[in-house]
Design a protein around this ligand. Structure first.
Ligand code: HEC
Ligand code: HEC
Length: 575
């Protein structure tokens, strides 16, 4: 009898007698489910090196690409199809990979970006955004271009600076940045800068590098003490694929999607509404529109993020963030400020400039735009026009030439998609508020509602870029904040996002990710999922509000038969 009722009721009145018997025939029984692991990256892109007129002497780029899929995703590492800024994008990709040095600047036409430091976390955007290809997330030793794993190890100017962070930075672990939730007062006597509560404490200082100005004195933060005092949290890089779709989604589409999620989650046939998923948006302080980037959705746009990342991660002052964050003894920034800005090319008709070679690129008009734009504009264009990750079966593998393949989803992954759920009316497992679950009478596979946060269907507004124009896309995020409970809480507030609140992490590109959750604590999907709740809850009745909004969904996951868990994991590795 109870099998005919809703998922929650069936669950309560006897999962093992009802759902389990129903599914045993179809699921591969009781092997322990396991994360199939990241899909292989494959060979490097034959188009490398990509020339940049702005940095003609930069080292050759490393650029692996995903093959496109059949659902309109161009694949990570590619430019969105049909862009009229393709020349700009290819050059911007190289700028994203160029390494920063302390100086001196300006260095137009050089091989490096001047302006690193006084303190920094890494020396290029690419170092942190590189798996499975340029723009992605933290690399490991298997990532092309990173044979030694985490590049931060080699970025440390001295052995002592590396030693100070070795409890959380290692060759095999993720790239990380650190924040001090309670801040740190600094110490003027040794020129250690203060850190405001909750803000980023850069791992390294330029002192000890060969290019440090001779008169500069600056002390690294006291990481061992902050670790001992539990005054430190970590963040790992977020991939930058498909960002133009996210930027170009109007607030009302995000709000409409969240309302749909809420209506389903509050249907008592599906969930106990008292504990239901809610979600709320972070907004930008002044214009009050929905902000959507970063682990707490704290940032509004690619250009703002590019400016902030330049300054926070590498110490590059720019047109968005014009002042150095740290100062040491005030002798540590040898460059004119801002270190990165629009370049006015020398006027070739002025006789005084006759012998200065033009920096104009051979890419045509849009390539010239890259040459004269500031680096942050290049970063923003690169990220905005990155194609969305393709969806390929979890075991697609490589062809005989070592190139990644993209096979359609197999039966197991399709079952996994249905278990995950869908807000796209065209797909299996599709949910509506009146029909929250798939029909339990005809189907033994039930949706457990991951999609009620990890939304698989959003739409952009009009855009001059055809691929972004009124386009449906599949980020597997609602870009809303959700209360996640004590296990994930980080003690940091950013805008409307409090300590326990995080933006639903977009799951597109998950199939090739190596590290998970905001601090990189998980390196496999099973522990990433179970970490959504603080304790191993066995029944929805045991969920309490402090366990977070995901509790009921995770209980449903925990109680899936092994074969269905495997189906879901296989599906996740297809993203
Ligand atoms: C030391 C490693 C590191 C470097 C270097 C780095 N990032 Fe990041 N990036 C991160 C981390 C960590 C986050 C998550 C920040 C957060 O939300 O707390 C992030 C997040 C982002 C995001 C947000 C993506 C999204 O969809 O939410 C963008 C955009 C971004 N970085 C761009 C850049 C650019 C551009 C550069 C170069 C100027 C850069 N990053 C350099 C570590 C790095
Ligand atoms: C209440 C909303 C909610 C529900 C329901 C939910 N998630 Fe999440 N998920 C999040 C948030 C928020 C994060 C980011 C948490 C963090 O990093 O601290 C996240 C992170 C993840 C990550 C790690 C992604 C990354 O970038 O590191 C995976 C994998 C994931 N979720 C899978 C699932 C699966 C599978 C389900 C269903 C069983 C599910 N989630 C249900 C909100 C949710």
């Amino acid at each position: 009898m109870c099998c005919k009722k809703t998922l929650l009721q069936a669950f309560c009145c006897g999962l093992f007698t009802c759902i389990f018997l129903g599914t045993a025939l179809q699921a591969q029984i009781t092997t322990t489910p396991s994360d199939p692991g990241p899909r292989p990256v494959g060979n490097n892109n034959p188009f490398c090196p990509i020339p940049s007129a702005k940095f003609p002497n930069a080292p050759p780029c490393i650029d692996t690409v995903q093959p496109a899929d059949n659902n309109g995703n161009g694949g990570a590492g590619n430019v969105v199809p049909g862009s009229n800024l393709t020349g700009f994008w290819f050059q911007a990709l190289t700028v994203f990979e160029v390494k920063a040095v302390v100086g001196p600047g300006p260095q137009t036409g050089g091989s490096t970006i001047p302006g690193l430091g006084p303190s920094f976390n890494a020396v290029s955007c690419f170092e942190c955004h590189s798996q499975p290809t340029v723009g992605g997330s933290s690399p490991n030793k298997a990532t092309p271009g990173f044979p030694n794993g985490n590049p931060q190890v080699a970025d440390a100017p001295t052995a002592a600076q590396l030693q100070a962070v070795n409890s959380f930075i290692s060759a095999t672990g993720p790239v990380r940045e650190a924040r001090f939730p309670n801040g740190s007062p600094g110490d003027d006597t040794i020129h250690r800068d203060p850190v405001a509560a909750g803000s980023v404490a850069e791992l390294f200082v330029i002192q000890g590098r060969p290019d440090v100005p001779a008169t500069c004195t600056i002390a690294q933060e006291d990481f061992p003490t902050q670790v001992t005092n539990h005054n430190i949290i970590f963040r790992i890089p977020i991939p930058t694929f498909g960002e133009g779709f996210v930027e170009n989604t109007p607030d009302e589409n995000l709000a409409g999607n969240l309302a749909t999620e809420d209506a389903i989650a509050n249907n008592p046939n599906f969930f106990n509404p008292i504990l239901a998923i809610k979600g709320a948006f972070n907004t930008s302080g002044n214009d009050q529109t929905i902000s959507r980037f970063g682990w707490k959705a704290q940032n509004k746009s690619m250009l703002i993020f590019a400016g902030e990342a330049s300054n926070v991660e590498m110490g590059l002052t720019n047109e968005n963030f014009t002042n150095e964050r740290t100062k040491g003894n005030g002798q540590c920034s040898p460059n004119p400020e801002p270190e990165d800005q629009v370049i006015v090319p020398p006027d070739p008709t002025d006789p005084a400039n006759r012998n200065i070679p033009t920096i104009f690129s051979s890419f045509g008009k849009d390539g010239v735009a890259s040459d004269i734009s500031s680096d942050i504009e290049n970063f923003a264009v690169f990220m905005r026009l990155n194609a969305s990750p393709s969806q390929c079966n979890f075991n697609s593998g490589l062809d005989p030439n070592g190139r990644a393949l993209c096979n359609p989803l197999d039966a197991s992954s399709q079952r996994g998609a249905k278990i995950f759920g869908s807000l796209d009316p065209g797909l299996a497992g599709s949910l509506t508020s009146s029909s929250p679950d798939t029909n339990p009478n005809t189907s033994t596979i039930h949706t457990i509602g991951c999609v009620l946060c990890h939304s698989n269907f959003l739409r952009t507004t009009t855009s001059a870029t055809p691929a972004l124009n009124n386009a449906a896309f599949h980020p597997f995020s609602d870009f809303a904040l959700h209360t996640m409970g004590t296990n994930l809480a980080d003690g940091v507030t950013q805008g409307a996002a409090g300590s326990t609140q995080f933006r639903t992490a977009p799951l597109w590109g998950l199939g090739q990710r190596l590290f998970f959750l905001h601090d990189g604590r998980a390196d496999n999907l099973l522990s990433a999922i179970t970490a959504h709740v603080p304790v191993n809850v066995s029944s929805p009745a045991n969920c309490t509000p402090d366990m977070g909004e995901a509790c009921q969904v995770i209980v449903l996951f925990n109680n899936l038969p092994a074969g269905q868990k495997q189906d879901l994991l296989n599906f996740l590795r297809s993203l």
